[in-house]
Ligand binder design. Structure first.
Ligand code: GLA
Length: 664
């Protein structure tokens, strides 16, 4: 990315408005400091009203108008919402559910990623747009489609079935290998012809888990193939412009590690529920994922709401200052741009009750004033551009493991990955320890501490990588139900968790999950006692030592949390889900052993601290999420880029206040 200021703007849907409003839009964008808009995301039927008719005149005028007002364009391929003529002429565009029902036109994202008609027409409109606008001076970035794998996450039509078979042929090359990998001797599922294989459509009972897992992989690959196809076209015409597609945080159906590696810049849509008192933690975790997906390069907050959304059961307003706080949180966690859905609140359609930067009430509104103030403030942070956030701790996240872990027919279907990631993330967030997310096959040696919650499915390369990380001196926390199956979702035999038993110094003999109403307690070696829930591993110690043991049930007295030294490193194993206090106690000890330093040890409660670094320049972001005025100790001298105030010892923050301190 090559922008002189932090990016500021939003989705712009001028096709919803008469042309005389566009001039006012451009003028107000300038007034609000908007320097980039995402244009045309849902404008397919406006650009191509019928199959043989293209209308670019209106878009030409808009691009010129925006350029004249200093507003750059992130031009979208409008392929997330196929027009009615396309669906009518080529019904194979429409997606089909696992019970064979068709999903119809009238909303958006109503397409099957395997439909040849869809792919052909999507490629055509992408090429037409690229050809026409590649040299337009307003064009600075390409935005492909919108939120891949949302709405429709998978399509079960016959074309999808055929594409699935092709994907399987590529993967396994022979039916023997497929039968072996899927374990088809079970329940008489053997295949003797590729044509016998179908997507996991609705069936009477549990469907083959290896088949389901390959189906998840296949679907994620298919969405990526749609992106790749358009990206190749855009790259051909605009070899020097970045191409992105907007992510949706922890979105299960699409493997974002793969997606991110095909994108030029990571961008994300983030809509925290501010009724949730922990919204800033949830949202911080999403920002950290985005930074990690892009290998710590700056990313873009592509969409957030200026105030309320309209798609939750109840939609909170963002109280005064909260939109600004959300924006700075993204920047603090590595974003170089803050954008919104959408510029002008709609008059018609399903999103007319969603907030816009420019509300229905116009410019004499709180929201507009806050939007304008932020846009005019951000240029003070030019020196922050391209700086990076460094973390000493990583939480392991693998989409394939996520899919496998949450397939049905498990010891407990209550075990879900995200709450477990969150349970480890939250105490670290609370004490201002910055966390990356890492793929289990990536280079972990850059981290002092690696946390692997429920890493149920591991391939051989992950096994090697994690064992080697500890052996070479790393500190690992691994939680229950890890290392249980291989990449085909088949048990790794020889006692749980077979590939990590030696490193962890223990054997898990059985799992004992709990119903929601039951808990156990664990007592730590220092005498403290904590509640634990969801699951207990029944552990036999080999070389490891217990640092906490169960107090109740038939395994009372046996180890619940263990520590082992392996090679030069330390391996902790957590056989259950400790409560909040237990988790804080555990992470405190582990962080001490791994020599992890928070950004500050004496920040007041509710204050979020982050650091961005660029060569010799270093910036501390302080965000006050509490309702109190606070004084945040800052150990080094610096100046607040937002106020110009010299900082010597501490900075005072109002409720929802922010400081960005460039250190001396
Ligand atoms: C998503 C979509 C936008 C809009 C917003 C509303 O992020 O990308 O088109 O629907 O949600 O919150």
């Amino acid at each position: 990315m090559n922008f002189p200021h932090l990016i500021y703007g939003g989705d712009y849907n001028p096709e919803q408005w008469p042309e005389d409003i566009w001039i006012e839009d451009a003028r107000l964008m300038q007034e609000a400091g908007v320097n980039l808009v995402s244009l045309g995301i849902f404008a397919w039927s406006k650009i191509q009203p019928t199959q043989n008719e293209f209308d670019f005149d209106w878009l030409d005028r808009l691009m010129d108008l925006l350029h004249a007002h200093g507003v750059n364009v992130n031009l979208a391929t409008p392929t997330a919402s196929p027009p009615a003529w396309l669906v009518r002429g080529y019904p194979d565009v429409l997606p089909v559910t696992d019970t064979g029902a068709t999903l119809w036109h009238g909303s958006r994202r109503h397409y099957c990623p395997h439909s040849i008609s869809y792919r052909k027409h999507a490629a055509e409109i992408a090429a037409r747009l690229a050809e026409r606008y590649t040299n337009h001076p307003a064009l600075k970035m390409w935005h492909v489609d919108n939120e891949y794998a949302s709405g429709v996450t998978e399509c079960f039509c016959d074309a999808s079935a055929a594409a699935f078979r092709e994907w399987l042929k590529q993967k396994y090359s022979s039916l023997d290998r497929l039968n072996e990998s899927w374990g088809t001797t079970f329940w008489s599922q053997h295949y003797s012809d590729w044509e016998e294989i179908h997507p996991p459509r609705k069936a009477p009972a549990a469907i083959n888990p290896s088949q389901q897992l390959d189906w998840a992989r296949f679907n994620s690959d298919s969405w990526l193939a749609c992106f790749d196809e358009q990206k190749a076209i855009l790259n051909k015409f605009s070899p020097n412009l970045p191409v992105t597609t907007n992510f949706m945080g922890f979105h299960k159906p699409a493997d974002y590690w793969k997606f991110a590696s095909h994108e030029d810049v990571v961008s994300n849509d983030n809509y925290p529920d501010t009724f949730d008192p922990e919204w800033m933690v949830q949202s911080g975790m999403i920002c950290d994922l985005m930074r990690s997906l892009g290998d710590r390069h700056p990313w873009i907050l592509m969409e957030q709401s200026p105030t309320h959304v309209n798609w939750r059961q109840r939609n909170p307003t963002k109280r005064p200052g909260v939109m600004r706080l959300c924006s700075y949180q993204a920047i603090a966690r590595g974003a170089d741009g803050v954008m919104f859905f959408q510029w002008r609140a709609s008059k018609a359609g399903a999103e007319k009750h969603h907030s816009g930067m420019l509300p229905h009430g116009g410019t004499d509104t709180r929201v507009w004033r806050e939007v304008k103030a932020l846009g005019n403030e951000l240029p003070k942070l030019d020196s922050v551009l391209a700086s990076q956030v460094k973390a000493d701790v990583a939480i392991v996240l693998d989409w394939e493991n996520w899919w496998a872990l949450e397939l049905d027919s498990k010891p407990s279907n209550d075990l879900k990955l995200l709450p477990q990631l969150y349970a480890y993330y939250k105490p670290l967030f609370d004490c201002n320890i910055t966390v990356d997310f890492a793929h289990p096959e990536s280079d972990l040696s850059r981290y002092k501490l690696v946390i692997a919650p429920n890493l149920y499915m591991v391939n051989d390369s992950t096994v090697k990588n994690i064992n080697r990380y500890v052996e070479n001196g790393g500190n690992l926390v691994m939680s229950f139900f890890s290392g249980i199956v291989d990449q085909n979702e088949q048990i790794r035999l020889d006692g749980y968790p077979a590939p990590f038993r030696e490193m962890l110094g223990l054997l898990v003999e059985e799992y004992a999950p709990y119903p929601e109403t039951l808990t156990n307690t664990i007592r730590a070696t220092n005498g403290r006692s904590f509640e634990c829930m969801l699951w207990s591993d029944v552990i036999h110690l080999k070389n490891a030592k217990a640092i906490a043991s169960y107090e109740q049930d038939y395994y009372a007295g046996s180890a619940a949390i263990t520590h082992n030294t392996f090679g030069k490193g330390n391996a902790f194993y957590v056989g259950t889900v400790p409560d909040k206090n237990g988790m804080e106690w555990l992470l405190e000890q582990v962080c001490r052993m791994a020599d992890i330093q928070p950004i500050s040890t004496n920040a007041p409660a509710g204050v979020e601290l982050l650091q961005r670094v660029n060569g010799n320049s270093s910036f501390i972001f302080a965000l006050n999420h509490s309702n109190e005025k606070v004084n945040v100790p800052i150990e080094r001298r610096g100046s607040d880029l937002l106020t110009g105030t010299e900082i010597n010892g501490s900075v005072a923050l109002e409720p929802s206040g922010v400081a960005v301190i460039q250190l001396k």
